[in-house]
Write a protein that binds this ligand. Structure first.
Ligand code: SER
Length: 329
């Protein structure tokens, strides 16, 4: 990886992956691709940056040529709940956008990382210790685009030799940019609510288990997989990766270890609940461990301690308005 383009740089993952890649590969070698609806002054001013809409196939080639890009991190997506509200847009971005990225990568020989998700599974999948290779019949548009995206990316690898690689991310917990309308967002929102109000109203039921991961491990997964020795990879699109599996009661209990009077109550959101019920409780990520040494650092106690520490510091200096609650997407 010498010249990297991050598409979706202003999003939850992109806003942390872009600076991390710049730290590792050199500031001027990482171009921030930003969507016009989410202009980020910080990104536009801190290094090379371009406004890009991947649903317009004409916009990518000039950027690839201008910066001699050889690696693309394609993070553009509408998350699961927003995808149910705007399914055609979710398809446009997830599929037509991906096709444009793969086509430009075929032409200019770029490697491509496009995250898949726990959302690529559905009710007919074994939900405990979900195998790497198993039934994938998701019920959401988000999931449909993720499964189709996995297949399309594998097709471009096999048919055209494009170096496509991907992980199935679980819910990602982070403290820089809020997630934009996913089912797992509660696991981020709970920390802000705990610090501000010592109480949280949870939209999914107390015993609903889902896989989760802290952002530092999510960044490591993406970079480590893109750096992996290709001769070791039996899979490509996509690897199960997880770091912890918990339900709302468990994370509330963990938070109470540091904020003893923290209270959780429940107001179930039927859409979020039905999506969460159709996703794995816990994935088996042994293929990622075997093929590219995946080994996450943060478990539930480690992540909770770090998240609370950072969220408390932010509260002391006043939350930026973009972090007060979930972003309307
Ligand atoms: N975090 C995503 C969502 O909840 C899942 O990958 O939609």
């Amino acid at each position: 990886m010498k010249n990297i383009l991050v598409i979706g740089s202003a999003g939850q993952i992109g806003s942390e992956l872009t600076p991390e890649l710049r730290k590792r590969y050199g500031h001027s070698n990482v171009v921030a691709g930003i969507h016009k609806t989410r202009p980020s002054r910080e990104l536009l001013e801190s290094g090379p940056a371009e406004i890009i809409d991947i649903t317009d196939g004409e916009q990518l080639p000039p950027v690839i040529r201008k910066y001699k890009i050889d690696t693309i991190y394609n993070l553009a997506a509408l998350l699961s709940v927003v995808g149910e509200a705007r399914p055609l847009e979710a398809w446009q971005v997830g599929m037509n956008g991906l096709l444009n990225v793969l086509e430009v990568s075929r032409e200019y020989r770029c490697a491509v990382f496009t995250p898949s998700s726990i959302g690529a599974f559905g009710l007919s999948t074994p939900l405990d210790n979900t195998p790497q290779d198993t039934i994938q019949r998701p019920q959401t548009m988000y999931g449909v685009t993720k499964v189709a995206g996995e297949l399309l990316s594998d097709y471009y690898f096999k048919r055209f030799g494009v170096d496509t690689r991907s992980v199935r991310y679980p819910g990602i917990i982070s403290n820089v940019t809020p997630p934009g309308g996913g089912t797992t967002d509660y696991a981020v929102e709970i920390f802000y609510a705990a610090v501000k109000e010592k109480k949280f109203t949870c939209p999914i039921g107390p015993n609903t288990f889902l896989d989760m991961m802290y952002m530092p491990d999510a960044l490591e997964a993406a970079i480590q997989l893109m750096e992996a020795d290709p001769s070791r990879l039996k899979h490509r699109n996509s690897f199960n990766v997880t770091a912890m599996s918990f339900c709302p009661e468990m994370i509330a209990e963990e938070i109470r270890g540091q904020i003893p009077d923290f209270k959780i109550s429940y107001e179930i959101d039927p859409i979020k609940q039905s999506i969460a019920d159709s996703w794995p409780n816990k994935m088996d990520d042994s293929c990622a461990r075997e093929e590219w040494d995946w080994n996450p650092k943060y478990d539930l106690p480690g992540m909770t301690k770090d998240m609370l520490g950072i969220t408390e510091k932010k509260a002391e200096s006043g939350f930026p308005s973009s972090e007060i609650g979930p972003r309307a997407s």
